[in-house]
Design a protein around this ligand. Structure first.
Ligand code: NAD
Length: 260
């Protein structure tokens, strides 16, 4: 049997991080953690000005190359030029962290097609288009790491804030991850998912009050809600060179909310 060669990471490599502009979000902390570990970073977000600001801060603080690019992931035509720019201006793309997402607390009988399509366009379709584009490059180099953020809502059927459309889109991310891991694993690219429980960001209808945190904590064996750094640490691990034998996996970063 001929085993595929293990391609090591190039000395300089880039991670594309979507959703990195949000001031208190998981993406920004992940981008910072990766830059701190020596990655060049492309911050991709619908908030282009915010993405540029984060990128220049990372370049200044960590001495890496960083680029902020405004992309609405719901508009597939914006994705190709953005990735082409990242590839032209930064080092070889080895990592992709699909972190951008939107919540949706709309109850089932009030859910219309516009809301359903909005949630899927950002949380799943944009993720697919971007991943397909970036994975082509990774496969051509024989090395890559893809990590996509799902949610405990996919596994438990909501229960924290968002409802059916979000749970369905985030569950789709898990199926996508597993099937893609199987398909391109032999070409040097790993594909994994991270499934956070309640994290202290502003996505659940605004900044969490102490009262709301108290309600969420009741279900959490670790006795606290998560921080963006909790999730960033797992994403950074899965993007790392050492994680090359892990693929098709979902890491729950949820304080024990979904133990099975
Ligand atoms: P956040 O709202 O702080 O960050 C989301 C980011 O996505 C923002 O920077 C936003 O500008 C960007 N974004 C939104 N729509 C976009 C679009 N159309 N194109 C490009 N970028 C877009 O939220 P967060 O809590 O940091 O969430 C990050 C990810 O984690 C999301 O996928 C979310 O669903 C997931 N998640 C969060 C929690 C939680 O409790 N915070 C739990 C489970 C999963």
């Amino acid at each position: 049997m001929v085993e595929p060669a293990v391609t090591s990471f190039p000395a300089r490599r880039t991670a594309i991080v979507t959703g990195g502009a949000s001031p208190r979000g998981i993406g920004r902390v992940t981008a910072g953690r990766l830059a701190g570990a020596g990655w060049d970073v492309a911050v991709v977000d619908i908030d282009g000005a915010g993405a540029e600001e984060v990128a220049s801060d990372l370049a200044r603080r960590h001495g890496v190359r960083a680029l902020g690019v405004g992309v609405d992931l719901a508009r597939p035509e914006e994705i190709e030029p953005a990735v082409a720019r990242v590839e032209a201006e930064l080092s070889q793309v080895v990592g992709l962290a699909n972190i951008a997402g939107v919540a949706s607390p709309v109850p089932f009988f009030e859910l219309d097609l516009a809301e359903w399509d909005r949630v899927f366009a950002i949380n799943m379709r944009g993720l697919f288009v971007l991943t397909q584009r970036v994975a082509r490059t990774m496969v051509s180099h024989g090395v890559g790491r893809i990590v996509s953020v799902s949610s405990v809502s996919a596994q438990r059927g909501g229960g924290t804030y968002s409802r059916v459309s979000y749970s369905a889109a985030k569950a789709a991310v898990l199926g996508f991850t597993r099937a893609l891991a199987r398909e391109i694993g032999g070409q040097g690219v790993t594909v994994n998912a991270v499934s956070p429980g309640p994290i202290d960001t502003d996505i659940m209808g605004g900044t969490l009050s102490d009262e709301r945190k108290g309600e969420l904590v009741r279900d959490l064996p670790v006795g606290r809600v998560g921080t963006p750094a909790d999730v960033a640490a797992t994403i950074a691990f899965l993007l790392g060179e050492d994680a090359g034998f892990i693929t098709g996996v979902t890491y729950n970063v949820d304080g024990g909310l979904h133990i099975f």
